[in-house]
Design a protein around this ligand. Structure first.
Ligand code: CA2
Length: 149
């Protein structure tokens, strides 16, 4: 079965434990279950990965690039957390693997928050961006990825 990689960056392992007013009360395990259900419905499998380390996220993108080229991966749904707003290295990793479709997801509407969250280094190398739909955004991103030719 072809795969979709769902990646989450720093602090998203804390989902559902604090700040429910910003990020809701669902946990990362709930996000994984939602993603698997959505993907399985369309006969795709999900590889789910979270890291608090920029280098590990970069290495996972490199690995995803290889799997995409081999025809084993449809693409990536990626919530880069705060690295969205800081990481030229993640931008370069996505650009560097060439052609890997990445959909950027944010649980909160980053454009309705602090100005420093309005800049994304990932958006210019993403095929699309979803923000502000809570964890449902992950499901929407999976459907968007699958509907791509
Ligand atoms: O809205 C999003 O999904 C964000 O990517 C979440 C990041 C934030 O830095 C981005 O600007 C927007 C923060 C993730 C931290 O998640 C926590 C969840 C619960 C409790 C504490 C942190």
């Amino acid at each position: 079965m072809k795969k979709i990689l769902v990646m989450n960056g720093p602090n998203l392992n804390l989902l559902g434990t604090r700040e429910p007013e910003k990020y809701g009360d669902k946990t990362l395990a709930d996000v994984e279950a939602l993603c698997s259900e959505m993907a399985n419905k369309h006969h795709y499998a999900v590889d789910f990965f979270q890291s608090n380390h920029e280098g590990e996220l970069i290495e996972k993108i490199h690995e995803a690039g290889k799997l995409f080229k081999a025809g084993e991966l449809k693409g990536v749904v990626f919530n880069p957390g705060a690295y969205t707003h800081t990481s030229i290295a993640l931008h370069d990793a996505i650009a560097g693997v060439g052609g890997l479709p990445v959909i950027e997801v944010h649980i909160s509407n980053v454009y309705a928050r602090e100005a420093f969250r309005h800049q994304s280094y990932v958006s210019p190398v993403a095929v699309g961006v979803l923000a502000g739909f809570g964890i449902s955004g992950y499901g929407m991103a999976i459907e968007a990825l699958i509907s791509r030719p």
